[in-house]
Design a protein around this ligand. Sequence first.
Ligand SMILES: [Fe+2]
Ligand SMILES: [Fe+2]
Length: 365
Amino acid sequence: MSQPLPQTAPRTEATKAALEAVYNWNYEPEIDELRTLYANALERQWIAVRDLPWENGVDKQAFAKTFSMAGFPIQETQFWKDLPADTQWEVARRSAAFLLSNFLHGEQGALMVASQLVNAVPHMDGKFYASTQTLDEARHVEVFAKYIDGIDHVYPIMPSLKTLLDATLGHGTWLHKAVGMNIVVEGLALFTFRDMRNTTSEPLLKELLTYVSRDEARHTGFGVKYLSHVVSEIDDAQEAELEDFAFEAARLLIDSRSGTTMRQSALALWAEAGHDPEESLHAIVKERMTVKKEMGRTGGFAGPVRGFVIPTLRRIGLFSDRIAGHFMEMFEANLGKERAAQLDMEIAFPEDLDAWIEGGASTAA
Ligand SMILES: [Fe+2]
Ligand SMILES: [Fe+2]
């Protein structure tokens, strides 16, 4: 007798997905760039349980000393350095688990969207590539779940991220799926993974993020290479619709008016760790020059949308003056008109993504 399968309820939740499955009867290579990405993906597969140093566990001291809160370099402030080591660890592990949990949920969304793309993209080279991304994303779900297990527990998904994943899974056209996932969600993720990777000195996390970021660079590369071709061929109305979808996706994740942002939620966890977030913020504000300098160095200052998503949208031809206006309105509402006017909106897309990941200082500085 075989064992019964584990119960899925109440852990599962259904959403209405949509796609049009497309056959392609041509089996000859058609788009060299995508065929190459597929070949690279096959070359660069890795096995999480074998290739990462899990046996050493998490180095708590290194983790707490070099913890970066999604681009905010709190670890460089005197305030942070003066906290007792156990408080640093408590605050860092909870905030990081919250952040990594949302990455984990995002990875599950990516796993499902990538598998949809296997069906929905019209070119065989695109289907080949998307099948490799599906496997990559399964591995990312595996590694983030395993790492979180070593520091805390998995936190629930943020409502805004859930809304975005639902919208991407539920949209009927592959173009919207690729824009929502490969450009916006994965752009934000790649920017943040890179920041965390370059800031942390916790060996397991650093190595894990190095592997994951290389995969994500390929996923962004797919979006950029494929969509650049397609966007140049669609009409203005379709282009505007895709721009709106991209803007709404980014807005959901970073606009403080869309609910609770990741940073706000992370600060709430400080209270749970026995530390008054108001008091901490006050102390940090006093050290704003240190924070500003450090953010300029790591690229966190630009943030993932201005530092990466907008450059990507511009690169693929989905950043018209009309949509640039929407982004500017959002920045003005979040930062005030004066600060928004000083923002550098011309950050270039890093063409060599692998080199960009390795680089400590980004072009966004
Ligand atoms: Fe991923
Ligand atoms: Fe990905």
